[in-house]
Design a protein around this ligand. Structure first.
Ligand code: DX5
Ligand code: ZN
Length: 219
């Protein structure tokens, strides 16, 4: 496998009482980004954290912060997450009636723009905005919780996204989020994913060993 695969631990599965320490362990183990799941209790049934925690993480780690906004009306919060130190902000297609405007605004801040699709949203919904984002995040579980079972039926979406890249239509990273572990990694990597977001499989047990196992599974 020549393509470079990046690993982004999702802190949703971290021990929040030892968050700084665990993020440092991720850094030491060669993680490429820290994935931060922001949930509002409306778009998804769970509630997590907001800009103050991102600002704390920004002070704690040199790793880029990848902020995944699972919130309604994300355009209202983009400045706050940017100021807190986000290096990439991903919004959901389902929450953005003016998706092109929102993605363009994120890029205008000088950071990476990402767009995510829920399992029930066809990836073709993004065809009109190809070229306007840096990360296409394919949800491989229904968003809201960690520790769910990977949905194998999402693999054709990854293949479709990769075929857009191969045709030269646009350049972007293909991220996958939900149920990513050493068993599912080969499936998504073979289909074209190159940014692996993983919560449970990184933070359950030894972070160093877990990241190593994911990296090996991606080869
Ligand atoms: C789910 C989140 C994921 C979550 C993945 O809504 O977007 O980032 O942390 O957790 P695992 O890897 O446990 O499925
Ligand atoms: Zn996520």
């Amino acid at each position: 496998m020549n393509r470079s695969i990046r690993i982004a631990p999702s802190i949703l599965a971290a021990d929040f009482m030892r968050l700084g320490e665990q993020v440092k362990e991720c850094e030491k183990a060669g993680a490429d980004m820290i994935h931060c799941d922001v949930m509002d209790g409306h778009f998804v049934p769970n509630l997590t954290f907001g800009p103050p925690l991102i600002a704390q993480l920004h002070k704690t780690t040199k790793l880029p912060l990848d902020v995944h906004l699972m919130i309604e009306a994300p355009e209202r919060s983009l400045d706050a997450y940017f100021k807190a130190g986000a290096n990439a902000i991903t919004v959901h297609q389902e929450t953005c009636p003016h998706l092109h405007r929102t993605l363009s605004y994120i890029r205008s801040l000088g950071i990476q723009a990402g767009v995510s699709v829920n399992p029930s949203t066809p990836v073709e919904m993004l065809e009109p905005v190809l070229g306007s984002f840096d990360i296409l995040l394919i949800m491989t579980v229904n968003p809201g919780f960690g520790g769910q079972t990977f949905l194998q039926s999402m693999l054709p979406k990854i293949l479709q996204a990769d075929s857009w890249r191969k045709e030269g239509v646009a350049e972007f990273s293909i991220a996958v989020d939900g149920g990513i572990d050493p068993l599912t990694t080969p499936l998504v990597v073979e289909s074209g994913a190159d940014l692996l977001i993983a919560g449970t499989s990184v933070f359950d047990g030894s972070i160093g060993d877990n990241i190593k196992r994911l990296r090996e599974a991606a080869c």
